[in-house]
Design a protein around this ligand. Structure first.
Ligand code: HEM
Length: 305
C-alpha cells in the first residue's frame, strides 16, 4: 500500500473545523485539569495560569506568521496543508488566548491588590489591551457576517496589523527573558524566542525570494552585483549575531536609545518602544534588501515607478 501524504493531509478529520476541534478541545481539557490543580485562591496562582495558557497560545501565532512564507520557500504538501488551515490554526490561538483572557479577568477582578501591586504597568497594560482588541476583531472578521462590513483593503489592513502585533507581543516578552532582563531564563524562553525569531525571519526570506523572482521575470539576464551580495550577506550575518547576543548589548543599547527625555517618556507608554527586540530582524531585512537590490531596481523600473 503506497502512502500519499497529499491524500492523507486532505483527510477531513485534520482539516478546517475538525482540525480546530481536534486541537482546541484537548487544549481546553488540559486547561481545566491544570486549573483544578492550581491554587486559584490567590494572585500568584492565577498568574501561573495566565502563563500556562499563553504558552499554549504562542506557538499558534508564530505558526500563523510563518505559514505563507514556508509555502513560498519550501512548497510541498505540509506547507500547503498548513496554508489551507491557517484560519483554523489562528482560531486555536484565539481559544488559548480566551483562556488567558479569562484568567486575566479573574485576577483583575478578584485579586485587584495583587494585580495593581505586582502586575500592572501602564505600557504592558496598553500592549496587552491592544492585543485583546485585535483578537476579537480578527476572529469576528474571519467569518462572512463580520467580513462583509469591511472592504478587502480594510480587512487586509486589520488582519496584517493584528497578526504582526500579536506576534510582536510574545516575541518581545521572550526576547527580554532571553536577554536575562527578568533573571535567568528557562529553556522554554529560549525555544519561544527562537521560534518567534524564525517565524519572522522566514517572512523576510520569503519576501526576498519573491522580490528576486519578480525581477527575474522582467529581465532574466540581470543579476545582483557581487558587492551588494557581499555587503547584504555581511549585514544578514551581523543581524544574526545581534539576534543571538541580546544579553551582551541590551543594557548599553537601551540606555543609549532612551537617553533623550522624549524617548524615555515614550518608553513609558508607547508599545515596544524603542524596539530593541526587533533590531536584529530590522538589520536582517536591510541585508535581504541589499542582496536582492539590483533585481528589485529593475523590477521597480519595469513597473514604471
Ligand atoms: C491586558 C492584557 C494582559 C494582561 C493583564 C496580561 C497579564 C499577564 C501576566 C500577569 C503574565 C505573567 C504570568 C507569570 O509569569 O506568572 C503574563 C505573561 C505573558 N503574557 Fe500576558 N497579559 C495580557 C495580554 C497579553 C497578550 C495580548 C499577549 C499576546 C500574545 C500576552 C502574552 C504573554 C506572554 C507571552 C507571557 C509570558 C508567558 C511566559 O512566561 O512564558 N499577554 N501576562
Amino acid at each position: 500500500m503506497s502512502f500519499d501524504l497529499k491524500v492523507v493531509l486532505k483527510n477531513k478529520a485534520i482539516n478546517e473545523w475538525r482540525l480546530f476541534w481536534l486541537i482546541s478541545v484537548p487544549m481546553s481539557i488540559i486547561m481545566v485539569i491544570a486549573m483544578s490543580g492550581a491554587d486559584m485562591s490567590n494572585g500568584p496562582g492565577v498568574s501561573k495560569m495566565i502563563q500556562f495558557s499563553v504558552r499554549f497560545a504562542v506557538p499558534f501565532i508564530f505558526l500563523v506568521v510563518a505559514i505563507s512564507s514556508v509555502q513560498i520557500l519550501f512548497p510541498g504538501p505540509i506547507p500547503a496543508w498548513l496554508l489551507r488551515n491557517r484560519k483554523y490554526i489562528g482560531m486555536c490561538f484565539a481559544v488559548a488566548m480566551a483562556w488567558q483572557g479569562m484568567f486575566i479577568f479573574i485576577m483583575s477582578n478578584f485579586f485587584r491588590d495583587y494585580y495593581f501591586e505586582d502586575v500592572y504597568l501602564l505600557r504592558d497594560e496598553l500592549e496587552g489591551s491592544i492585543g485583546y482588541i485585535f483578537l476579537p476583531a480578527m476572529v469576528v472578521t474571519s467569518f462572512r457576517f463580520g467580513r462583509k462590513h469591511l472592504t478587502l483593503k480594510q480587512w487586509k489592513l486589520l488582519h496584517t496589523s493584528a497578526i504582526y502585533f500579536l506576534w510582536a507581543y510574545p516575541f518581545s516578552v521572550y526576547w527580554w527573558n532571553f536577554s536575562h532582563y527578568y533573571g535567568n531564563p528557562q529553556p522554554i524562553d529560549y525555544v519561544y524566542y527562537w521560534g518567534g525569531f524564525l517565524a519572522f525571519a522566514l517572512r523576510i526570506a520569503a519576501w526576498g525570494k519573491q522580490r528576486q523572482k519578480a525581477a527575474k521575470k522582467l529581465l532574466p539576464a540581470i543579476s545582483t552585483p557581487l558587492a551588494f551580495k557581499g555587503l547584504g550577506g555581511a549585514i544578514i550575518a551581523f543581524g544574526l549575531i545581534v539576534a543571538a547576543t541580546g544579553l551582551q548589548w541590551q543594557k548599553p543599547v537601551s540606555a543609549f536609545l532612551t537617553a533623550p527625555k522624549w524617548s524615555a517618556d515614550l518608553e513609558l507608554w508607547l508599545p515596544f518602544w524603542p524596539f530593541e527586540p526587533y533590531l536584529s530582524l530590522f538589520i536582517i531585512g536591510l541585508g535581504t534588501m541589499l542582496v536582492t537590490r539590483a533585481r528589485a531596481e529593475v523590477n521597480d523600473k519595469g513597473q514604471g515607478r
